[in-house]
Design a protein around this ligand. Structure first.
Ligand SMILES: *[C@@H]1O[C@H](CO)[C@@H](O)[C@H](O)[C@H]1NC(C)=O
Ligand SMILES: *[C@@H]1O[C@H](CO)[C@@H](O)[C@H](O)[C@H]1NC(C)=O
Length: 110
């Protein structure tokens, strides 16, 4: 019998507005192990680069990837980050969620 544990994910978009950091609505969700999930960060302005971070409970944030070219796609194990052609949108796709994926994911504009 296969028992699937829930994986708690939180994702937050952080943007710089006139030098001040602004957090957008955090989104919570519970995934089942093995499920796929896509997080999005959207911006009203054109970004020179966008960074995705992951923070595990009680740990410091870890940089997952930096996307800097329009249309760029980067893969890191089960994570795929995409930067939109217009550099206003990015998605982070998590394939086959595992318990170790639980944590807070956030994107930061640069
Ligand atoms: C960002 O854009 C994606 C793709 O169009 C959309 O599905 C998502 O809801 C948007 N997210 C926010 C927070 O606006
Ligand atoms: C989950 O993601 C993987 C890799 O991105 C993909 O190959 C697979 O088709 C996806 N599965 C579902 C159910 O969307």
């Amino acid at each position: 019998m296969l028992l699937l544990a829930p994986v708690l994910i939180l994702w937050i978009q952080i943007s710089q507005m006139n030098g001040k950091q602004k957090e957008h609505f955090p989104e919570f969700l519970l995934l089942q192990e093995g499920e796929n999930f896509t997080m999005y960060c959207n911006s009203s302005s054109i970004l020179s680069s966008l960074q995705w971070y992951k923070q595990r409970p009680g740990c410091s944030p870890v940089l997952l990837m930096i996307l800097a070219k329009s249309g760029e796609v980067k893969t890191q194990q089960r994570l795929t980050g995409r930067f939109g052609e217009s550099r206003q949108r990015s998605s982070l796709h998590l394939a086959a969620a595992q318990l170790s994926d639980a944590g807070t994911y956030f994107c930061a504009e640069a």
